[in-house]
Design a protein around this ligand. Structure first.
Ligand SMILES: [Zn+2]
Length: 387
C-alpha cells in the first residue's frame, strides 16, 4: 500500500485504518506517492478518466466503480472571449459528467477505493453536486449511503440524492453543523466520504490536469481558472500538472487562478493579506452556492498552489456572476450553474487588470450544469419566474 501522508505535518498513515484526517494534527491527508510517478506512464484502453488508471491509486485489483466520467470536451469560446478582450479562451465542460459536475472525477476514485478498503456505507455532507455524485457512485457500488444536507437546501439539489437511493438527513443550522453531524456518523461500517477532506477525492480530480495537457498535445495552456470553494478540483489540477512536469511529460504547468464569490471569499482575503491559510470572513448570501465555504480544509494547499504557479485570486459579486451567466448562454450556448460563472466573471476582472495577456491561452473549468439551478437562469434573464 502506498499509504497516506499528512499535508500539514508530513506524518504517514496506514490506509487500512481508513483515517479521516491526520490523527496527530488534524491535517488533510493525501495519497503518498513517489515523485515522477508519471514518467513511464502508458494510457490504458479504458473509458473516461480510467485511461489514467496506472496513475490512480485505486482499482488496481479491478472492481472500478465507474459511470463513464472524464474525458470531458474542450471547446473554444471565440465570441465570449472577444467580449472579454481575450483571443484564446477555452471551456472544459465538466458538466458533461454523469451527475452533471466535476465531482464525479473525485467520486469514482473515492468510492472505488472505499469499497476496496472494506467500507459498507458512505457518509458525506453536501447540499449540492457532491451529494449527488457520492450517492450515485455508492448506488453503483452497492454500498449504503447517507447524505447530510442543510435543511434549507433547494429541492432541485436534493432530488438526485434521493433518486440514487441514499438516505437523506436534513440538518438545521449553519453549514458547519451539517459537517459535524456527518463526522459524528462514523465508525463501524461507515466511511466518511467528505469531498473537502478525503484523500482519494483529489486523487481523482488530478485527471483534470492530465486531460487538459493531452487536449493541448502536451503543450499546456498558459492559464487555467476555476471557481474555488473547498478547492477539490483546484488542488487536484495543481498536483496533476506538477506530477507531469516533474516526470518530464510537459513543460511547466499553467498559472492556476481562482474565482470566489464576493459574499464568501476567505481565500481572496488571504491573498490580499499575505496569509498562508484562509482568512475568516463574514459570509453574505450569494447566488454561487457551490463556493460558499468559509473555512476550506485545504486552504493552505490552495494558497500554496497560487503562490507556486503565480496564480491570481479574484472576488466577484452576484451582478457580475449573473452577467456572465447570461453572456455565456447568449454568445456560446453554454448553460452553466452560477458557481461556474464565477470563474468567467473572475477572468473578465483579471483580463481588465492586465493579469492575462490577450493572446495567451486560458482554460476555464465549467464545473456544473445550469440545469441544476433553474432559478438562477431566470435571474440572469432578468425574470423572477418563467413566463
Ligand atoms: Zn498531521
Amino acid at each position: 500500500m502506498a499509504g497516506l501522508r499528512c499535508t500539514a505535518c508530513q506524518r504517514t498513515w496506514d490506509e487500512a485504518d481508513r483515517p479521516g484526517a491526520c490523527a496527530a494534527c488534524g491535517g488533510v491527508l493525501m495519497v503518498n506517492r513517489p515523485e515522477a510517478a508519471g514518467a513511464t506512464f502508458e494510457p490504458v484502453e479504458m473509458p473516461g478518466l480510467w485511461r489514467y488508471a496506472a496513475l490512480i491509486h485505486a482499482g488496481q485489483a479491478g472492481g472500478i466503480v465507474s459511470l463513464g466520467e472524464g474525458q470531458t470536451p474542450l471547446v473554444p469560446l471565440p465570441r465570449w472571449g472577444a467580449r472579454a478582450g481575450l483571443e484564446r479562451v477555452y471551456a472544459k465542460l465538466e458538466y458533461f459528467s454523469p451527475t452533471g459536475s466535476f465531482k464525479d472525477r473525485g467520486a469514482t476514485v473515492m468510492v472505488t477505493r472505499a469499497r476496496e478498503l472494506g467500507a459498507r456505507r458512505l457518509v458525506e455532507d453536501s447540499s449540492g453536486n457532491a451529494g449527488a455524485a457520492v450517492a450515485a457512485y455508492a448506488a453503483r457500488a452497492g454500498l449504503g449511503c447517507t447524505i447530510y444536507a442543510p435543511a434549507s437546501a433547494p429541492e432541485a439539489k436534493l432530488a438526485p440524492i434521493v433518486a440514487a437511493g441514499a438516505q437523506l438527513v436534513k440538518v438545521d443550522g449553519p453549514r458547519e453543523a451539517v459537517a459535524a453531524a456527518a463526522m459524528a456518523d462514523r465508525g463501524g461500517d461507515a466511511y466518511y466520504a467528505g469531498h473537502n477532506t478525503n484523500p482519494y477525492f483529489v486523487e481523482g480530480t488530478r485527471t483534470f490536469a492530465f486531460e487538459v495537457a493531452e487536449q493541448f498535445a502536451l503543450d499546456p495552456p498558459e492559464h487555467v481558472i476555476m471557481p474555488v470553494g473547498g478547492g477539490s478540483l483546484f488542488v487536484g489540477a495543481w498536483l496533476g500538472f506538477k506530477e507531469w512536469w516533474r516526470a518530464g511529460r510537459i513543460g511547466r504547468g499553467p498559472r492556476l487562478h481562482i474565482g470566489q464569490a464576493a459574499g464568501c471569499a476567505p481565500l481572496v482575503a488571504a491573498v490580499e493579506r499575505g496569509a498562508d491559510d484562509a482568512v475568516p470572513v463574514e459570509r453574505t448570501p450569494t447566488i454561487a452556492g457551490g463556493v460558499q465555504i468559509e473555512r476550506p480544509a485545504r486552504g493552505r494547499l490552495i494558497l500554496a498552489a497560487l503562490r507556486e504557479t503565480n496564480g491570481r485570486a479574484a472576488a466577484v459579486d452576484d451582478g457580475a456572476i449573473l452577467a456572465e451567466l447570461r453572456a455565456l448562454g447568449e454568445l456560446e450556448g453554454l448553460v452553466c450553474e452560477p458557481t461556474s460563472a464565477v470563474a468567467f466573471a473572475a477572468l473578465v476582472w483579471l483580463a481588465r487588470a492586465g493579469a492575462i495577456p490577450p493572446h495567451e491561452r486560458v482554460v476555464v473549468a465549467v464545473t456544473g450544469s445550469g440545469l441544476k439551478d433553474p432559478a438562477a437562469i431566470w435571474s440572469a434573464a432578468g425574470r423572477e419566474t418563467p413566463v
